[in-house]
Design a protein around this ligand. Structure first.
Ligand code: PLP
Length: 402
């Protein structure tokens, strides 16, 4: 049988992998994986239980070690990312932290990361890891010479980058980053949240871990917090060993919601990408907007790379600078929106805006934000699946209020 298309995989992946349950002489398999609200699992006898404890197969024994509803989600994400395995977490941040620990980040080792990553990722590296003795450095990952120089100088255990960065929407050259990282035996951890596996499969391009805030596009409805990491079987065992101790497990209810969201991911995400393209083109023509960041615009610094890497779609995020560039202008703009919601998240069916200086990148000092390129007038927009004309009309009204 030929490999099913992404749309087909999204609908079916991970389902009906559980053993049929006998009932009244017949056996049945639920079409949709049920929510297993059970912490413990018993087995026929102690020999069986002992074998389950000894093995590393996905066999439930205790909820912190794994759960059948979560296994189904993990199988779905592994299939979509073209990975051997995946590991789900209670949040995207837990997934990033787990990948860093599994890659070997310890006191005395080093981690090199992209300068413009999500604010909490920056803080985990800058505060948590550095505070625990890890040599953490940041680099502009679009400058490959600077990346290679930093890698050979510090020989880190991991290089961290986002496929499409938050909030400046720079595009990472994953194949070249993987080559450079592997040349010094560093693992490449790619946060693929903004691109989703529909646009990019980092593992096929050489990355070792593809991490997601599943809270965003994978779930897609703004109703469940989750993280997931796709990787190979050996790394998955390592992730699980770490997480059995940390306990950053995803609950079965959230796993079920994210898995349900995945079934419509290609439909939702393609529509959101089309809306983002239309919004970016419209914003670029507005005198009240001084700069638009969107990889699909011909003037974007990595437009050619984005075209090659992302297969002709450019993601559903747009960020832009208001011409006035002040916090007061941004507040007036956000308060004048009627349809688009100012909310601290992204990747939902609803269109959302966020002010990075106030929320996602608040943890960064004003000086550091300036160094990264996050101005006081920068707004980040996550395109939903509404009608593009309605969204543009709302943006026009808000720009008029500034
Ligand atoms: N990675 C990116 C790119 C994000 O935007 C976010 C959250 O906004 C995270 C990771 C963290 O995910 P979570 O909020 O699910 O912990």
């Amino acid at each position: 049988m030929t490999e099913p298309s992404f749309h087909t995989l999204a609908v079916h992946a991970g389902e009906r992998t559980l053993r049929a349950e006998p009932r009244a002489g017949a056996s049945f398999t639920p079409v949709v994986t049920p929510i297993y609200h059970s912490v413990g699992y018993t087995y026929t006898d102690s020999e069986d239980l002992d074998a389950v404890f000894a093995g590393d197969a996905e066999t439930p024994v205790y909820a912190r070690y794994g759960n059948p509803t979560v296994y189904a989600l993990e199988a779905a994400v592994a299939a979509l990312e073209g990975a051997e395995a995946a590991m789900a977490y209670s949040s995207g941040m837990a997934a990033i932290h787990g990948a860093l620990l599994a890659a070997g980040a310890r006191a005395g080792t080093g981690v090199l990361a992209a300068l413009d990553v999500y604010g909490a990722t920056y803080a985990v590296l800058d505060k948590l890891l550095r505070g625990n003795g890890v040599d953490v450095r940041f680099v502009d990952v679009t400058d490959l010479d600077a990346v290679r120089a930093a890698l050979s100088e510090m020989r880190p255990v991991a290089l961290v980058a986002e496929t499409i960065s938050n909030p400046l929407l720079k595009v990472a050259d994953i194949p070249r980053l993987a080559e450079a990282a592997h040349a010094v035996n560093a693992a490449l951890i790619v946060d693929n949240t903004f691109a989703t596996p529909l646009l990019c499969r980092p593992l096929a391009l050489g990355a070792d871990f593809a991490v997601h805030s599943a809270t965003k596009y994978l779930g897609g409805h703004g109703d469940a917090l989750a993280g997931v990491t796709a990787t190979n079987g050996i790394n998955r065992r390592q992730l699980n060993e770490v997480n059995k101790l940390l306990g950053a497990n995803l609950g079965p209810q959230e796993a079920w919601l994210i898995h349900r969201g995945i079934k419509t991911l290609p439909l939702r995400y393609a529509r959101s990408c089309a809306n983002a393209a239309e919004i970016a083109a419209w914003l670029a023509a507005q005198p009240g907007v001084s700069k638009v960041n969107y990889p699909g615009l011909p003037g974007h610094p990595q437009h050619a790379l984005a075209h090659e890497l992302l297969g002709g779609q450019y993601g559903a995020m747009v960020s832009f600078d208001l011409a006035g560039g002040t916090r007061e202008d941004v507040f007036r703009f956000m308060d004048a929106l009627r349809l688009i919601q100012p909310a601290t998240t992204l990747g939902d069916v609803y269109t959302l805006v966020l002010y990075p200086a106030m929320s996602s990148h608040r943890a960064l000092s004003p000086a550091l934000r300036r160094r990264v390129g996050i101005s006081d007038g920068l707004i980040r927009l996550s395109a939903g699946i509404e009608e593009a004309g309605d969204l543009v009309a709302d943006l026009g009204r808000a720009l008029g209020a500034v």
